[in-house]
Design a protein around this ligand. Sequence first.
Ligand SMILES: NC(=O)c1ccc[n+]([C@@H]2O[C@H](COP(=O)([O-])OP(=O)(O)OC[C@H]3O[C@@H](n4cnc5c(N)ncnc54)[C@H](O)[C@@H]3O)[C@@H](O)[C@H]2O)c1
Length: 367
Amino acid sequence: MFKVLVSDPISDLGISLLVEASDISIDKKTGLSEDELVAIIGEYDALLVRSQTRVTERIMTAGKSLKVIGRAGVGVDNIDLDAATKRGIVVINAPDGNTITTCEHTFAMMMALARHIPQAYAKTIGGEWDRKSFVGVELRNKTLGVLGMGRIGSEVAARAKAFGMKVLGYDPFLTEERADKLGVTLATVDEVVRGADFITVHTPLTPETRHMIGKAQFEVIKPGVRIVNCARGGIIDEQALIEAIDAGRVAGAAFDVFEEEPPAADHPFLKHPKVIVTPPSWRFYGRGARKRRDRCFRAAAAYFEERAVQKRRQHAPLYPATCLRSSSRTSRSPASSEASPRKSPMGLSRRSMSLMQANWPTSTRSH
Ligand SMILES: NC(=O)c1ccc[n+]([C@@H]2O[C@H](COP(=O)([O-])OP(=O)(O)OC[C@H]3O[C@@H](n4cnc5c(N)ncnc54)[C@H](O)[C@@H]3O)[C@@H](O)[C@H]2O)c1
């Protein structure tokens, strides 16, 4: 019997995928502190989280039986990947689950900024017919700077091109060839800061990207720029941004992520007339996106299913978790070629498993 702990609020569909898999028992205990998790994690084989639980090295050290951490969503910055890799714990996520949702939300934020939509709406429903205060700007012929040209950044760039914008892209892994294909001009952070009318960030939050746009950048930034952050709170220095807006250097900002979430009631963004805020865009998931995100549960279920089949057929030793990372390696495993069915009891073919496992971001060792 494999024991799974679900420590964040997670969709019933996702959980039902696990329940269907054999030999799994699931406990749902949300809102636990690190100490509380450390106290109980020892009895679990898997931990399933969204973004609230910070899966620290301390938790993994206490999780003596921990084999899998499932992240229902994209970012894995709440999981200490180095610690997981050291311990051979497989980390599964669903990276493309909300790419389009987040891209479209970013674009909606950019347009709301350009047209002052939330401010005009508030005034209009308040009974004022103010046709003068909300003169907007057009996106056409403006320059958009995209910091982080991965899945979401590339989708945003494609939409910006369709709106007649010029796109400057910065990403250490963006090749000239790929940039050409996307119709994006490769640029440095400094060129983006000095040249863009709109800037949007789509990087993970790392020591390199924390305050990537901070005091120094705001001093040289193109006057009148508008800034969007729908990636991770902390990539843009919030305090420096407010100062730059108040100094008239930045025309406005739209954020759905914050250095502290949820932002405190007296956070300057919440009252500022030039700042638009929403909760993170993954809150606005459609059904399809939720299904894609639930791949993480399917992969976790398939993982346990495979191990259960192995165990039942008493092929010792269990083949290593690393085999699950590619179907070719799996088929070379003597145990798997004989013992594994073409389809698992929950209907997952080997091919669909390896597709899901292509999303796994860490390397693993055997258990
Ligand atoms: N607000 C939300 O609701 C929401 C939803 C989904 C994703 N996100 C976040 O958006 C971000 C982007 O997601 P994605 O799916 O496009 O990820 P991705 O991994 O496809 O792209 C991230 C890109 O950032 C680049 N990058 C890394 N370090 C960089 C640096 N120092 N400078 C510039 N670029 C750097 C990487 O090379 C990569 O191309 C992630 O942080 C993710 O967690 C937020």
